[in-house]
Design a protein around this ligand. Structure first.
Ligand SMILES: Nc1ncnc2c1ncn2[C@@H]1O[C@H](COP(=O)(O)OP(=O)(O)OP(=O)(O)O)[C@@H](O)[C@H]1O
Ligand SMILES: Cc1ncc(CO)c(N)n1
Ligand SMILES: [Mg+2]
Length: 557
């Protein structure tokens, strides 16, 4: 959230033309005389006139950086990081580099007019919260940045002083060093050099220990940035990844264990854009830095064994949230999965001395085609452990495992989906949490329920109770007629549920409506001593009935 005000009263020795204030009270003013320094404002001067936020506003980071063809660093890292952090990212490209896992093969610097035009296009039209800079290969580009920010002030400027690639290639020549020191650093709300960059900026001092990093942070702070983060990814002989954050008053040592991987190309750009993204969302500087460190660490961990390219340094993988743990094993939904739908019940398993995993194993052995864990009384921790074990069993047999109600458990164990009732979490919310590929089923008693489930993005509906049942208290029975009405109205495949057993399953499947794909059962399978035998009997009966009814239940919806 940002607040803006145009102002023209002399404050201290400067005539202020633009004032800016963020939610955290970070305030800057740009003086009218073109000094490159952004001055801190007294709190009381940060008058709030316009609230720059609106309901539909998305936090916005503008990155001004070089393109990395290998896509671990540069503009590509910034775009992916912001996307992963839920922040909009616009781009001003300063150079196009040819890079891969072997190193940098070519650098083409873009004409300054093009860079100025890009900045103007974005800043004059879009509301940018935070600007983040990476590769700035010419002094003119620093001047362009300064002038643009003077005209279009933003909440914060994050400067990643990119100078040398890890492979040793110079991305910003030594001629620019003075401009970085004198002009760029004083504009920055935070500057994020790695060890080599900190050393070069300080005229070549050796940085070998955490103590050296602290003094470097202090000396860099003296050059004008409001905060300094000296990154220790490349600190020799450190088993931890240690960064030093200095806000001008206190030092913070941010430590995480070093992840053993070759895929570290882009950690620096990613760190800086994640800081920018968190600032744009409204974080304080220290929290933004901490979140960014955790994000980089997690991305390194998830992407540590990815194999891209043949060179020594592979790219960081930013989108770990999109990664499926077992993408090759992802179980997409088929309507035929509903054929014999086994729903567990902890009370029944207890009564017969079955563990939940044994019960699930037995149901699968007997021919269950999908399993739902319905553990109304289980403690969360216990439920999660059971769900993990059942998922292993189900996946070993290529059978989907759904969780009743508990979206949190489904997310935690990466189950194939969730089944919800009419008074549980709404289907569209469940879909937003689980993503497009998970299976969502919803209990429906009426055609209206069925149509809503379809409109909300469910994959199937369960309809019942068809017959009276003890498993669910106060549950209205809809009968075979009610089931038929729902099936005829439904655009989604239907599984019948409620009091279905060996003696009445035939009458259900004989309804012969194309949308009716199978039966869901609890007691008929689990309130029995030998779950596998009972499941097999029901499976055979269903197979026989369906063969007699004809193609009706095998036709796709
Ligand atoms: N192997 C690792 N394990 C855990 N954290 C790491 C590792 N390597 C780097 N980091 C962390 O990543 C962040 C970026 O730091 P680093 O020193 O790698 O930046 P950089 O050299 O600018 O990156 P780049 O490779 O993009 O140039 C820091 O928080 C650092 O501690
Ligand atoms: C384009 C670009 N920016 C930054 C870095 C630093 O990682 C890089 N290697 N390439
Ligand atoms: Mg590095």
């Amino acid at each position: 959230m940002a607040f803006f005000l145009s102002y023209s009263t002399p404050i201290a020795h400067h005539k202020i033309c633009t004032v800016f204030s963020s939610k955290q009270g970070s305030r800057h003013a740009v003086d009218q005389f073109g000094s490159l320094t952004l001055k801190a404002m007294p709190e009381e001067m940060a008058l709030i006139v316009t609230n720059g936020s609106s309901n539909n506003k998305i936090p916005h980071v503008l990155t001004m950086a070089g393109s990395d063809s290998g896509a671990g660093a540069g503009i590509q890292a910034d775009l992916k990081t912001c996307a992963a952090r839920g922040v909009f990212c616009s781009t001003v490209i300063t150079a196009v580099t040819a890079q891969n896992t072997l190193g940098v093969q070519d650098v083409s610097i873009l004409p300054e007019e093009s860079v100025a035009a890009q900045l103007k296009s974005v800043l004059s039209d879009m509301h940018v919260d935070v600007v983040k800079t990476g590769m700035l290969p010419s002094t003119a580009m620093v001047k362009i940045l300064h002038d643009s920010l003077k005209q279009f002030p933003v909440q914060a400027l994050v400067v990643d002083p990119v100078m040398v690639s890890t492979s040793g290639h110079v991305l910003a020549g030594s001629s620019i060093l003075d401009t970085f020191r004198q002009d760029l650093l004083p504009m920055a709300d935070i500057v994020t050099p790695n060890i080599k960059e900190a050393s070069v900026l300080l005229g070549g001092v050796q940085l070998e220990t955490v103590t050296d990093m602290r003094s470097a942070a202090k000396s860099l702070h003296d050059m004008g940035p409001r905060n300094v983060l000296v990154k220790g990814g490349d600190l020799p002989s450190s088993s931890d990844a240690v960064d030093i954050f200095f806000d001008g008053k206190d030092f913070y040592e941010l430590r995480s264990s070093r992840i053993q991987t070759r895929n570290t190309h882009g950690t620096g750009c990613t760190m800086a854009s994640c800081i920018a993204a968190e600032l744009a969302k409204g974080s304080s500087m220290l929290s933004a830095v901490k979140v960014a460190k955790r994000y980089v660490e997690t991305a390194l961990e998830y992407g540590k064994s990815i194999n891209i390219g043949n060179g020594p340094q592979g790219p960081l993988d930013h989108m770990f949230k999109l990664k499926r743990k077992n993408s090759s094993k992802l179980r997409l939904f088929e309507p035929s999965d509903l054929f014999l739908y086994a729903v567990t019940d902890s009370g029944m398993n207890k009564k017969w001395g079955h563990s939940i995993t044994d019960a699930v194993k037995a149901a699968i052995e007997g021919g269950a085609t999908i399993v739902q864990l319905r553990e109304k009384d289980a403690e969360t921790g216990e439920f999660l452990e059971a769900a993990k074990s059942c998922l292993e069993i189900c996946h070993a047999h290529n059978i989907p495992l759904l969780i009743n109600d508990r979206v949190d458990i489904a997310l935690a164990c990466d189950a194939d989906g969730v089944h919800v009732g009419q008074s549980d979490m709404p289907v569209n919310t469940v879909r937003a949490l689980l993503g497009p590929e998970k299976i969502i089923g919803v209990s429906c008693k009426t055609p209206e329920h069925a149509l809503k489930a379809w409109a909300d993005g469910a994959d199937y509906i369960g309809s019942g109770g068809v017959f009276p049942t003890n498993t669910k208290a106060n549950n209205r029975t809809i009968g075979l007629d009610g089931l038929k009405t729902v099936c005829l109205a439904s655009k989604l495949p239907v599984v019948a549920i409620g009091g279905i057993n060996l003696s009445n399953a035939r009458s259900v499947m004989e309804l012969g409506v194309v949308t009716l794909k199978g039966v869901a059962v609890v007691s008929a399978l689990f309130d029995r001593e030998c779950v596998a035998v009972e499941t097999r009997k029901l499976h055979d009966l269903l197979t026989e009935t369906v063969a007699n009814v004809g193609s009706a239940v095998t036709e796709e919806v």
